[in-house]
Design a binder for this molecule. Structure first.
Ligand code: ATP
Ligand code: MG
Ligand code: MG
Ligand code: MG
Length: 432
């Protein structure tokens, strides 16, 4: 007999198959029992009829507790009443692993309780849907950049310097010297782009975010492309194409998950229409001031209410261009005609999801960069290697970073970024 995954049911209608699964839920009357089965690929219903399977097996099924693991056999049939569309008529059932007093019941639970039981909470249909979307975003990311001949480069996670400032750094001991968990692969990727032209990294980054927000994890995955001979305009086109491509693929391949999440797919479709609007930082500040935000002046970083207002105003992801130099990292290219702004762009998602991408054209010029490093109070000897890039055939180049969990949160339309990571790390949360 064939062993299949629930998701493959459509290819086995009328066949008798075997499935290994967990009992997510159960209903029974005197004559018929319905098991909601979960095998990781999907959820569907198993049906046992007492007259068909006999009293003994029916009693076993009737007494199954939540999350008991089972091996069931039976015939796959269409089930037009369910969203999934198929079910299994169970004729054989073997208990594999008992489950007693499973703590997460179909009742409501508080967030702290669920977070303490994250290792079990992951089994719920909603969390399953979120992880399916996350997986699709990762898959689409590799497809997009591989199709464009980018080389994947893995920058180090242990680093000796801190280009983004030291306040959000995790420090560790490296044989007696301080080392830091990487906040971004940025500078290493620039070196890689000078070696390989178009590169991307996709890996974990770490920031000791000390405030509680719905958008910040202390460990998150970032997608960072870096491209030699590419100016900011071209980089923005690649960014919007990439975002639209991810959303198209989620719409195409995760319809069931989006349905479980009750995500409005018409809204998502709008986000695949290019180009995304572009406004300057100056215009964004003006727009906010004209709309009653008196807590923002030129030179301030946007807070969450500001970003939310701007992107909702356009009902699409929006690029904000040319931020003040005073609030931007040292490696961003200065504007050619204005010395107060840099060639930077943030992509802000609508619906209150905030910044999805931060990117810029990178500064070129040994003297300029050395001056910025010294101005920022960074130790020159940590950056000699980076300055070397300026000595041996420096070229214009651009890059950006997209936060995976931010994107998952947005595409899924969920409230909080903690559900976008399988085992989220947050302020005061490193268990489980
Ligand atoms: P924010 O302004 O939201 O704090 P940032 O400007 O500090 O973000 P960047 O350094 O530009 O972030 O990093 C690039 C991307 O990484 C961001 O656009 C966002 O998608 C994601 N990101 C940044 N910090 C976090 C975090 N703490 N948790 C999850 N994702 C993050
Ligand atoms: Mg930040
Ligand atoms: Mg930001
Ligand atoms: Mg940013």
């Amino acid at each position: 007999m064939k062993t299949i995954n629930i998701i493959d049911s459509k290819n086995h209608v009328g066949e008798t198959v075997q499935i290994g699964a967990w009992v997510a839920n159960k209903r029974s009357s005197g004559k018929i029992a319905f098991l909601q089965l979960r095998d990781g690929s999907a959820f569907f219903q198993g049906v046992l009829v007492k007259n068909e399977v006999g009293e003994e097996l029916f009693d076993v099924a009737k007494n199954l507790s939540q999350e008991t693991s089972v091996l069931v056999t039976g015939e796959i049939r269409e089930d037009t009443r369910s969203k999934f569309g198929y079910e299994i008529g169970i004729t054989g059932l073997e208990v594999i692993g008992e489950s007693q007093n499973y703590p997460i019941t179909p009742k409501e639970h508080g967030t702290d309780f669920l977070m303490d039981h994250r290792h079990l909470w992951l089994r719920s249909s909603k969390q399953h849907a979120v992880m399916q979307v996350r997986n699709e975003l990762i898959r689409a990311t590799y497809e997009f950049f591989n199709d464009r001949d980018f080389i994947k480069i893995d920058p180090p996670i242990l680093t000796s310097s801190a280009p983004e400032g030291t306040t959000e750094l995790f420090e560790t001991d490296y044989f007696g010297d301080p080392a830091y968990l990487s906040q971004t692969g940025q500078l290493y990727l620039e070196a890689a782009a000078m070696a390989f032209g178009k590169v991307f990294s996709f890996g974990p980054t770490f920031r000791a975010e000390k405030s509680k927000t719905r958008r910040h994890l202390t460990e998150f995955w970032m997608m960072e492309p870096e491209m030699a001979f590419v100016h900011q305009d071209e980089s923005l086109e690649i960014q919007e194409q990439y975002v639209a491509f991810m959303i198209e693929n989620v719409l195409e391949n995760c319809a069931y998950a989006l349905d479980v999440l009750e995500r409005d797919t018409e809204i998502l479709k709008k986000y695949t229409q290019l180009p995304f609007p572009r406004i300057s930082y100056d215009e964004a500040v003006e727009l906010l001031q004209q709309n009653g935000f008196d807590d923002i002046t030129w030179g301030d970083d946007f807070g969450s209410p500001h970003e939310t207002f701007i992107a909702n105003h356009f009902e699409k992801p929006v690029f904000i261009l040319n931020y003040p130099k005073s609030m931007s990292p040292f490696y961003m290219k200065p504007h050619p005609t204005r010395d107060d702004v840099v060639i930077r762009a943030d992509l802000i998602a609508p619906e209150g999801y905030g910044e999805i991408i931060g990117g810029s054209e990178r500064a070129v010029g040994f003297d300029y960069l050395l001056e910025q490093i010294e101005k920022d109070g960074l130790d020159r000897k940590d950056y000699e290697w980076y300055l070397d890039l300026q000595k041996y055939g420096a070229v214009p180049h651009s890059g950006f970073g997209l936060g995976l969990e931010r994107t998952v949160t947005w595409v899924c339309g969920i409230e909080h970024i903690r559900e976008a990571s399988p085992f989220p790390r947050l302020l005061h949360r490193i268990y489980p």
